[in-house]
Design a protein around this ligand. Structure first.
Ligand SMILES: Cc1cc2nc3c(=O)[nH]c(=O)nc-3n(C[C@H](O)[C@H](O)[C@H](O)COP(=O)(O)OP(=O)(O)OC[C@H]3O[C@@H](n4cnc5c(N)ncnc54)[C@H](O)[C@@H]3O)c2cc1C
Length: 379
């Protein structure tokens, strides 16, 4: 494994750092709506124009064709510049696009990939259903064939940013008689068509990026199926591998910034030795997570798809994230309760971190994957 940066990596870092000083976007508005969409697409467009979109994506689809190490540098530098780039761009850039690169036809790649990188299209993910989360393969949204179309009926839930999305990567049941993993299809649904009803769900951090999405006779052309009909579970495994493996790199790297914010707060407010010991542990946790992530990036660079070790990193990320954000509110003491009045970043981070062991697959499910696929334990 080679973790040292090459001269090209250093040049890439310095150029990007200089560019970010001039071009950082405004912070995202608190509500999910047209203002957030405008901010996110403008940021993506300026990344694209400067050659900083799709760092590892093939050049023919508008990417830079660079290494995963340079992608990691991109995350480090945007985190260093305090830029929140996740938001509504996450699905398209981090796992729908990579899935299409891995499993789509040439025509699909040419049609969908450049608009993702240019910021012309926002994507969301319609995998989870009210009765199919961890056991995703039990999903029940149906898609029946009618000529050259599939006709969709059903409900998806926890769909982040559905209200401002143009496209949705989606899993549907196309063969109800097949064994549950074999009757599923992965397709792309146009979110602006009739028959789609979007109901935002408010959460304890007040923003409502979560939605419940209802489909009433929604038509999707067969040409928008990625992989073959009924072959969606294979394609979904690629999506989930990206989602568990590298999609969260940015959040992981930004945690070191949170720890430094906690250090500044502790210095300003004063805290006892026990609290400083917890802060030291938090720094060590972030350093160990970074080392695990670097190891994973090094492995993925040699193999085509992220492997099950992504689950190890995701598991550790979720737990470390919650521990660090809990420390943040403990350092604030009673003032940590001022969230309602002040939107205090550390308190917001604490409430948001409760989702870190759920989104993208819960910690229990990551443990199952590690047990079965990495340790070879029985189901
Ligand atoms: C921030 C965030 C963003 C999300 N965005 C999206 C999105 O955009 N699109 C989308 O489709 N989904 C999204 N989700 C949904 C997410 O994928 C699901 O919440 C997750 O897969 C868990 O499913 P569930 O909520 O139905 O919980 P359940 O599957 O009902 O699980 C409930 C509890 O039972 C445990 N459990 C279940 N099965 C097992 C098992 N076999 N062994 C041990 N324990 C088990 C779970 O770990 C959990 O603690 C998002 C979730 C979050 C938190």
């Amino acid at each position: 494994m080679e973790l040292a940066h090459t001269p090209d990596d250093q040049i890439f870092r310095e150029e990007l750092r200089g560019w970010l000083v001039e071009h950082a976007p405004p912070p995202p508005p608190p509500e999910v709506g047209p203002a957030l969409r405008a901010r996110d697409v403008a940021w993506q467009r300026s990344l694209f124009d400067a050659g900083y979109a799709g760092i590892t994506w093939p050049r023919e689809y508008g990417g830079r064709g660079l290494t995963l190490t340079q992608q990691m540098i991109w995350y480090e530098e945007t985190a260093r510049a305090g830029i929140s780039h996740v938001n509504s761009l996450f699905v398209g850039v981090s796992h729908a696009g990579p899935t299409i690169i891995a499993c789509g036809t040439d025509e699909q790649k040419a049609r969908w990939l450049p608009p993702i990188l240019r910021g012309d299209a926002i994507w969301c993910q319609g995998f989870s259903e009210p009765d199919a989360g961890s056991d995703l393969a039990s999903l029940r949204t149906t898609a029946e064939r009618d000529g050259d179309d599939l006709v969709l009926n059903g409900v998806k839930i926890w769909t982040s940013y559905a209200q401002i999305a143009d496209h949705q990567e989606m899993l549907v049941r196309t063969d109800p008689d097949a064994p549950k993993h074999q009757g599923i299809t992965w397709l792309v649904c146009d979110m602006r068509q009739p028959g789609i009803e979007i109901r935002p769900i408010r959460t304890l951090v007040r923003e409502s990026h979560f939605c419940e999405v209802h489909y009433h006779d929604v038509r999707v052309p067969i040409a928008d199926v990625v992989g073959a009909l009924h072959d969606g579970w294979r394609v979904a495994r690629a999506t989930l591998a990206y989602e568990h493996g590298i999609a969260n790199l940015g959040q992981q790297i930004r945690m070191s910034r949170t720890v430094e914010q906690i250090v500044e707060t502790a210095r300003a407010r004063g805290c006892d030795d026990a609290m400083w010991a917890r802060i030291a542990d938090a720094r060590a946790d972030v350093a160990s997570l970074r080392a695990m992530t670097a190891l994973m990036v090094s492995r993925i660079s040699r193999e085509d798809l992220p492997g099950p070790e992504g689950s190890l990193v995701k598991l550790r990320y979720g737990e470390v994230s919650q521990r660090i954000h809990e420390l943040g509110v403990d350092v604030l003491g009673v003032d940590g309760l001022e969230f309602v009045a002040d939107d205090h970043a550390l308190t917001y981070g604490y409430l948001a971190s409760l989702a870190a062991t759920i989104g993208g697959g819960t910690s229990e499910i990551q443990r199952d994957i590690v047990a079965e696929r990495l340790l070879g334990l029985p189901r």
